[in-house]
Design a protein around this ligand. Structure first.
Ligand code: NAD
Ligand code: DAU
Length: 350
């Protein structure tokens, strides 16, 4: 892997992935980050990286659906590896307006695969970053395995399922060297505060209401983001072409428990002023339509075959995450106020 194209590298997981790979002592390649900078893409999450690694990190504002722009990147930088993160990622937004999800997640992935076909002579690996949501919802028992049937519930998960099928079809039909990872819920630094954990941290710090959907009984399997990024690197380096790997944290928690933990840890760090305990801020609100009850991952394949294991427990990861959001007040302020979008408008014409 010498010239790695990372799509969606200004988002939450992509930015953590780029940070991780550039920090590796033995990394000798180049990272080309292609991101269209939607509301979820924030180049400020990589501002220091762009300076420190100016010789081996390059950013190009480009839409993955724009085949000419993507082809220019693949040709100009001699791309031999693609790690594909770019997506519309938020389930609630997909329910309110699915269009962008179909475009980016399905059409965008299709365009990239077509380019993989055209540049097959130089391409060593296309890694597709996907989600456990493609498998649908579990009841009280069971775990998602790599051979679990697909049964997506939301426009988001249906669009990711479609993209997974395309990736597999391009391997089977055209022999494109692909790998796929289906991962559970990530949390950690640089996550956009529309997702459960950062939203709850920031609202709880400001002693605002904490909206929990339904009764808060839905279960998610939480994984600290750097563990996911390390899994992706290992799959790209050691995973077999055509294979899928499930990635998870062995960390099932009901949403209410997650929010209560955030409240209790923040109470320890900084006593609230308007309530006795932050748990009082929890408000049960209307449930998400089609809300999947439970996700849980069997990640024994990646543990057995690639010797990957999560390094962080929820206890250590959530403390790191709280500390990060409390320390990085400027990043938080610029995201919450929308100032990062003005910066993008100033620096990049649309
Ligand atoms: P994110 O929403 O934080 O970031 C998405 C990035 O993609 C943004 O930088 C955005 O600007 C960019 N992007 C969107 N549309 C684009 C387009 N048309 N062209 C180029 N760039 C575009 O998402 P995330 O949470 O970092 O997720 C990254 C990937 O990981 C997604 O594919 C998602 O499905 C998958 N995933 C996420 C989680 C999770 O818990 N967040 C778990 C499993 C899998
Ligand atoms: O499972 C992997 C998926 O995890 C990824 O593929 C998605 O990109 C990522 O967004 C995430 O999806 P979820 O829908 O699980 O994440 P979200 O943070 O939106 O919600 C987590 C749980 O918390 C879910 O059961 C809904 C609930 N929730 C969420 C929000 C934003 C609330 O109760 N209140 C909220 O305000």
């Amino acid at each position: 892997m010498e010239n790695i194209l990372v799509t969606g590298g200004c988002g939450f997981i992509g930015a953590n992935f780029i940070r991780g790979i550039l920090a590796e002592d033995d990394f000798q390649g180049r990272i080309i980050n292609a991101d269209s900078l939607t509301y979820a893409g924030n180049p400020e999450s990589l501002a220091d990286i762009a300076e420190i690694y100016a010789d081996c990190y390059h950013f190009v504002r480009a839409d993955i659906c724009d085949i000419k722009a993507m082809e220019n990147i693949i040709r100009e930088y001699g791309i031999d590896t693609i790690c594909h993160f770019a997506a519309e990622s938020h389930v609630d937004r997909s329910i309110a307006g699915p269009d962008a999800f179909i475009q980016t997640n399905i059409v965008g992935t299709f365009r990239l695969l077509e380019l993989c076909r055209k540049y097959a002579n130089q391409l060593k690996r296309f890694h597709h970053v996907s989600t456990d949501e493609v498998y649908g919802s579990l009841g009280a028992q069971g775990l998602f395995r790599e051979d679990s049937p697909y049964d997506p519930s939301s426009p988001y998960s249906a669009s990711k399922a479609a993209s997974d099928h395309l990736v597999r079809a391009y391997h089977t039909t055209y022999g494109i060297p692909v790998t796929i990872s289906n991962c559970s819920n990530n949390y950690g630094p640089y996550q956009f505060p529309e997702k459960l954990i950062p939203l709850m941290i920031l609202n709880a710090l400001e002693e605002k209401s904490l909206p929990v959907y339904g009764q808060g009984l839905n279960v998610r399997d939480w994984l600290y983001v750097t563990d996911h990024c390390r899994a992706i690197r290992m799959i790209m380096e050691k995973g077999s072409s055509g294979e899928t790997y499930n990635v998870g944290g062995h960390c099932e928690k009901q949403n209410l428990e997650v929010v209560q933990t955030v409240c209790d840890l923040l109470d320890e760090i900084k006593a609230p002023e308007t309530v006795v305990r932050r748990r009082e801020l929890i408000t049960f609100v209307k449930d998400r339509p089609g809300h999947d009850l439970r996700y849980a991952i069997d990640c024994s394949k990646i543990e057995r075959e690639l010797d990957w294991h999560p390094a962080e427990s929820f206890e250590s990861g959530i403390r790191k995450t709280l500390a990060w959001y409390m320390e990085n007040t400027e990043w938080v302020h610029r995201v919450r106020s929308g100032e990062y979008l003005s910066w993008i408008r100033q620096h990049y014409s649309a």
